[in-house]
Design a protein around this ligand. Structure first.
Ligand SMILES: [Zn+2]
Length: 161
């Protein structure tokens, strides 16, 4: 991607943060005058901007937590999967999808419960629950799985309600 600032320098890609609504906030900064701007977009909306795969900060963090021997394999698996969908912006949701070769289903009761989790915790809880379901080969996230992980991910929510 190549965009030019009014000062004549090119814009560089900065941080890409994920919001809890699944949208990404993509930051750009000019290499010359340091002026900055950002756009909020879904992976589908933002992907035409990037020629090569880019990972959100959260997605990058997921990758970095993997054992070193696994990281390049998962990176390739995810990039191949999103490439097949003609996407280049890789979010945590797409990592989950790629590893499952599809999305993890949510039991309606579990989905309802997740919606009552505070926003700051919700995105992480969703990723962790889906990942756990995947790791165990479960077809969907259930209330009983949420109960099991509650102490770890919903402790804060339980205390404030
Ligand atoms: Zn500039």
């Amino acid at each position: 991607m190549c965009m030019t600032c009014t000062c004549g320098s090119g814009f560089r890609l900065g941080q890409i943060e994920e919001g809890d609504d699944g949208q990404a906030f993509i930051r750009f900064a000019c290499a010359g005058c340091d002026c900055k701007f950002g756009i909020e977009a879904t992976s589908e909306e933002a992907s035409p901007l990037f020629e090569h795969p880019v990972w959100t900060d959260e997605a990058q963090h997921c990758l970095e937590r993997l054992p070193p021997y696994l990281e390049p394999l998962v990176r390739r698996e995810v990039e191949d999967y999103v490439g097949g969908k003609h996407l280049t912006l890789i979010t945590t949701g797409l990592i989950t999808e790629a590893r499952n070769q599809g999305t993890v289903a949510w039991h309606p009761d579990a989905e309802g419960r997740l919606s009552r989790v505070p926003g700051a915790v919700r995105a992480m809880a969703r990723v962790e629950l889906e990942r756990t379901a995947l790791d165990r080969g479960l077809p969907e996230v259930t209330v009983s799985l949420m109960e099991e992980l509650k102490a770890r991910y919903f402790g804060m929510a339980a205390k404030t309600s």
